[in-house]
Design a protein. Structure first.
Ligand code: ADP
Length: 501
């Protein structure tokens, strides 16, 4: 048997983490929090602490924002050529690629997800994100516009794009590295400087990413990182020196951010919760649908904002689909993510375990039928493991149908009337994404148009690419990440009028 390379990497990283508390990155310097306070970050597969991390308060946040402002105004960054910004982003992508295995193991230790999947989705995804946005600085500009003012003036009107300023980037624990990359890449491509606040559960890969950015040659203060709890994020959002907040996380915290950002009317973009419907027509390729619906809810232990958590399957095929997804769930190899055989890791925390468990209790109390899962898997006494879970015979008003569980729990409902299907699928406060399964082109496009969601996948699910806009309708968010839209999120438009009469 060949040795598992993840084990040696994990041992080395753990030893190093235990010996050296992680620090804040402010103005290119690694610093302890001014208060000297730290907090522990845990391995969700064991429940054991991995190491200590600096706990930034409002004072540290202030230092980071000031450092970001200085860097924003410093000609080393404000006058950098667009091609040089491209080079820095490409260099950072190369460094992530160099350290991909180590980053994947670090993500696995801190978040619990299988290391090979962290590598495939998060690390490779982050490399792609930096390479994609590396292309924008040399292509993102304004336009000349054919204005026709009164008085016969001859006018040249053109627009320019200017970086928005100092951006607070606040990210969650479910895809820690990807979420940091999705925000840092367009922000710095647009010429902004940033203060990143990783989630308290998963600060490690973001800190590592920032270290790679320094190595790549980003000037000091362009990328700063403050670690801490929600209060650290709140101090950033309230800070008058911040021009924009980009947030990914819960809808509840998103609303707090909107309120807190109103002091100096910061620009705000939000990627929030979801309760995405998977809509299956009777003519769908059932085997393909089953495999993708299972992956759509169980991948990352269901801790994905776009998780396809509501299944609306035609009455004629719902039993087959529910059985198929349940069987796929039972087959998943649950285990410590360092094991290359593991396909399904633990939830992030005890708090999250209790929350998911609470939803399972409520589904049962409301009369939905538990087909599989609903408990801790046998033999996993440590850590926060929870079995892939499927409910069927659910009702439209049940909590498990309406609320975001953020765990591996699918709620299935049958449909027979297409009008009612659309009404039910759209009957949600969220509107992040939706899946459609049919071989009929008319059904596919009619549904794609009818569903209120920022992303619609037809005969596929959870495909994401930095070229394609990503974000939500309704309470799933404000704005779109990825693509040109992300560059727009981090820039201002200036309209210039020149009298050339
Ligand atoms: P989740 O529910 O996925 O844990 P949260 O929305 O609670 O997500 O947290 C996402 C990020 O927002 C984390 O980095 C967290 O520390 C931060 N956060 C939590 N509360 C606040 C707040 N009031 N203001 C700013 N950031 C916050």
């Amino acid at each position: 048997m060949t040795a598992n390379p993840n084990t040696a990497t994990a041992e080395r990283l753990q030893k190093e983490l235990a010996a050296h508390p992680r620090q804040l990155l402010i103005g290119g310097q690694w610093k302890a929090a001014q208060s000297g306070k730290t907090f522990a970050t845990f391995n969700p597969a064991t429940g054991q602490p991995l190491g200590q991390v600096a706990w930034a308060d409002a004072h540290d946040v202030d230092l980071a924002v000031r450092a970001a402002r200085r860097a924003f105004e410093d000609p080393a960054w404000s006058r950098i050529s667009s091609m040089d910004r491209t080079k820095l982003l490409l260099r950072l992508a190369d460094l992530i690629e160099r350290d991909a295995q180590e980053l994947a193991v670090l993500e696995c230790l801190d978040n619990g997800k299988p290391a090979h999947l962290a590598r495939l989705v998060e690390i490779e995804g982050s490399i792609k994100t930096f390479r994609y946005f590396a292309g924008w600085p040399t292509k993102f500009g304004g336009e000349t516009l054919p204005v026709s003012p009164r008085g016969g003036l001859q006018i040249l009107n053109y627009t320019t794009r200017e970086p928005l300023g100092v951006c607070a980037l606040i990210v969650p624990w479910n895809y820690p590295m990807s979420m940091a990359a999705w925000k840092i890449a367009p922000a710095v491509a647009a010429g902004c400087t940033v203060v990143l606040k990783p989630a308290e559960q998963t600060p490690l890969t973001a800190l590592r990413l920032a270290a790679l950015a320094l190595e790549a040659g980003f000037p000091p203060g362009v990328i700063n990182v403050v670690t801490g709890m929600g209060e650290t994020g709140a101090a950033l959002v309230e800070h008058p020196g911040v021009d924009k907040v980009a947030f990914t996380g819960s809808t509840e915290v998103g609303k707090k951010i909107v309120r807190a950002a109103s002091g100096n009317l910061k620009k705000v973009s939000l990627e929030l919760g979801g309760k995405s419907p998977q809509v299956v027509f009777a003519d769908a390729d059932i085997d393909a649908a089953v495999a993708s619906i299972a992956a759509g809810i169980f991948f990352n232990q269901g801790q994905t904002c776009t998780a396809g958590s509501r299944l609306y399957a035609h009455r004629s095929c719902i039993d087959r689909i529910v059985e198929g997804v349940a069987a796929a769930g039972r087959k998943l190899r649950i285990g410590n993510g360092l094991d290359p055989q593991s396909e399904f890791g633990p939830l992030i925390s005890q708090e999250q375990w209790d929350r998911v468990n609470g939803f399972v209790q409520s589904g049962q109390a409301d009369g939905a039928r538990l087909v599989t899962g609903g408990t801790r898997p046998e033999g996993f006494d440590d850590g926060y493991f929870f079995k892939p879970t499927v409910f069927t015979d659910a009702g439209q008003t049940m909590k498990i149908t309406r609320e975001e569980i953020f765990g591996p729990v699918l709620t299935a409902l049958p449909w027979s009337d297409p009008e009612e299907l659309v009404a039910h699928a759209n009957d949600s406060e969220f509107g992040l994404s939706a899946g459609i399964w049919t071989q009929n082109i008319r059904n596919a496009h009619r549904m794609a148009a009818a569903l209120k969601a920022g992303t619609v996948w037809i005969n596929c699910f959870n495909l994401v690419d930095p070229a394609s806009p990503f974000g939500g309708y309704k309470q799933s968010g404000w704005g779109r990440e990825h693509g040109r839209q992300a560059m727009e999120l981090y820039s201002e438009v200036k309209s210039v009028w020149v009298n050339v009469s």
